[in-house]
Design a protein around this ligand. Structure first.
Ligand code: WQD
Length: 349
């Protein structure tokens, strides 16, 4: 298939591009590079020995988006593009509503004009809000009063998609609710490259390990969890990428929603200790107050994705930490790094 990846130069998008190319699909990337660059695309091509068609365009601009669709024959779209910082969305809600909602509406309108009917949407477990029970299943209630505009845009986009499907029964859409994507491609050539101070745990731990930061602030030590720190479902980004291919292969009329997670809960200290072991170095941390809006424990019920998509994760948290460390130690400043003079630092097996 010829698959268009909006935001395909980003963390999940670039890893999904590798998985698609390795299975013989053709990849077209539409990205405005507002939170990425050409370098990950170049490395994806280098890794796979195949070309990626790149369009640098603003997905909120209908004319430029229509030009991309007119110049390509697209069989399916995976929609990654969007702003995704919880904290930034609280500081600048209008930016998040305009960008994330407008880009999705322009995409759906352009797909209708081009008669492209297959879509996979990158949603998030954040739509569950303060999940009542764990493991969280797709039937868990989506909260429409989320603690942050980022999560609110994901819930709203899911509603837009449900309404679009009612209006056009030929649409075949999968909504994928990611839990906590972590890790990197095993080559160490592509990975997560946050532009500002990382909001998320694993890239922060990784930057402490490589010496960019002094210590990890552990947000809360008094939760009702085995070690008192927050529990989440960390899913290796390559397992997540493969989940997109499974969703594409099983698209059917209407909209189908799936949790993509490992189904395993790991605490903040589990992550820190695992990363310390694979990087073979101490990772200083300090337990501080809990972060506003955080839930104590969230991990996925993935039985639906396994049953309907024939998909489940097979990489562990340790694999994710090992692969993240190989990426970080080989690229201390992300894609802006010059080749590390020492090459890849030792990665313990
Ligand atoms: C994980 C755990 C923190 C940072 C968010 C978004 C979600 C998705 C994934 C985009 C929690 C703790 C974190 C730190 C810490 N993003 N933590 N110190 O909050 O589960 O989910 O990212 O789709 O939509 O909501 O992920 O990595 O921020 O936090 O102790 O410096 O690590 O309290 O328990 P989260 P996270």
């Amino acid at each position: 298939m010829r698959v268009l990846l909006t935001g395909g130069a980003g963390f999940i998008g670039s890893h999904t591009a590798v998985a698609l190319l390795e299975r013989g699909h053709e990849v077209i990337v539409l990205d405005d590079f507002s939170n990425s660059s050409r370098e990950p695309i170049r490395r994806v091509e280098e890794l796979c020995g195949k070309q990626v068609t790149l369009h640098i365009a603003d997905l909120t601009n209908a004319a430029s988006t229509q030009k991309v669709f007119a110049s390509e024959s697209i069989d399916a779209v995976i929609h990654f593009a969007g702003l995704k910082s919880v904290g930034e969305s609280v500081r600048d809600p209008l930016l998040y509503y305009r960008t994330n909602l407008m880009s999705t509406m322009v995409l759906l309108e352009t797909m209708a004009l081009a008669k492209v009917k297959k879509l996979v949407f990158s949603s998030s477990a954040t739509v569950y809000g303060v999940a009542k029970d764990v493991p969280v299943s797709e039937s868990s209630e989506v909260s429409y009063r989320l603690s942050n505009p980022y999560g609110q845009t994901k819930a709203m986009i899911e509603q837009i998609i449900r309404d679009a499907v009612v209006a056009d029964s030929a649409l075949q859409i999968a909504v994928l609710r990611y839990f906590n994507p972590v890790g990197a491609h095993t080559s160490g050539r592509i990975g997560e490259d946050p532009k500002q101070t990382p909001n998320n745990l694993l890239p922060f731990v990784s930057q402490v390990a490589v010496g960019l930061r002094d210590f990890v602030s552990v947000f809360g030590g008094g939760y009702d969890t085995p070690d008192g720190t927050g529990v989440r479902d960390y899913i290796h980004v390559m397992d997540l990428a493969e989940g997109h291919l499974a969703a594409l292969a099983h698209l059917k009329s209407g909209v189908s929603t799936y949790n993509l997670g490992s189904g395993i809960g790991s605490s903040v200290l589990d992550v820190i200790n695992t990363f310390s072991r694979v990087a073979n170095r101490a990772i200083p941390y300090e337990v501080v107050a809990a972060r506003e809006g955080d839930v104590s424990c969230s991990y996925a019920d993935v039985t639906k994705a396994t049953r309907e998509l024939g998909w489940s994760t097979h990489r562990t948290l340790e694999d994710a930490c090992r692969d993240a460390w190989r990426w970080q130690s080989g690229n201390p400043h992300g894609y802006a790094s010059q080749a590390s003079p020492r090459g890849v630092l030792a990665v313990s097996s």
